[in-house]
Design a protein around this ligand. Structure first.
Ligand SMILES: [Zn+2]
Length: 246
């Protein structure tokens, strides 16, 4: 049996299946990851561009980074991995997708139950008057100025993305833990499982009697405990798996 067939069988037999995705699921859409040698943090020091303290101290500088990211993310298209997961959800074989990604590509591919543990670019919030602005409005503001300011009160808008030093969204985190415990199979795709709290979710699944399968290029912190590990690109594997399960 091929690895893809083995994964398809695990998904068929072990329901509900919950999927956990990281940056590796979006690299095939041309979005760089964070921690690899060609990743974003090799170019931008996260302490200078991605912490809430940096944002408070110098929002213009932080937005010089986010403006580029917004353009890259909104210009990217979902890939085979996003599409296959949406297809599997539609057939009742994936309960939900928990993602570290902020790029909205799961939603754009058609997944309807997506838990975003690091927030997303869907909205920005004004910390002056609490108004929330949708992505379209933020894009329009970014077209006219380097730093998007609240049209109502002039305060620099804050991306709805969790920055280092900020609390994670409690509702999403609680849901992610609940899903991990419910999962008969937790399928990890494109995450090295190095960053908490996502790194803790496979343990929740295991302790609740579920199993864990991993699709990732390169080792992960959980490889030794996984029922199945596929060292491969997410798009190719998931397309093949969706075909096997059709
Ligand atoms: Zn405002």
């Amino acid at each position: 049996m091929t690895d893809e067939a083995a994964l398809a069988e695990l998904i068929r037999e072990r329901q509900p299946c919950v999927v956990l995705t990281g940056a590796g699921v979006s690299t095939e859409s041309g979005i760089p990851d964070f921690r690899s040698p060609t990743g974003i943090w090799a170019q931008y020091d996260p302490m200078e561009y991605a912490t809430i303290d940096a944002f408070d101290a110098n929002p213009d500088k932080v937005w010089s980074f986010y403006a580029l990211r917004y353009r890259a993310l909104t210009g990217a298209e979902p890939n085979d991995a996003h599409r296959a997961l949406a297809e599997l959800e539609g057939r009742g074989l994936v309960r939900a997708v928990v993602t570290q990604n902020i790029d909205l590509l799961h939603e754009r591919a058609g997944s309807s139950d997506v838990v975003e543990v690091h927030g997303s670019i869907r909205t920005c919030v004004c910390r002056g008057c609490e108004t929330t602005y949708g992505l379209g409005e933020v894009q329009r503001l970014l077209d006219g100025m380097a730093v998007p300011r609240c049209p109502a009160c002039g305060t620099v808008l804050k991306p709805g993305v969790v920055m280092f030093g900020e609390l994670l969204p409690a509702e999403a985190i609680d849901r992610a833990y609940a899903l991990a415990r419910e999962a008969a199979l937790l399928l990890v795709v494109g995450s090295t499982l190095e960053v908490a709290p996502v790194s803790l979710l496979p343990w929740e699944t295991l302790e609740a009697g579920g199993r864990v399968a991993i699709v990732n290029l390169g080792p992960t912190a959980f490889d030794r405990h996984a029922a199945l590990k596929l060292e491969a690109k997410a798009g190719e594997v998931l397309r093949a798996v969706a075909k096997q399960l059709a």
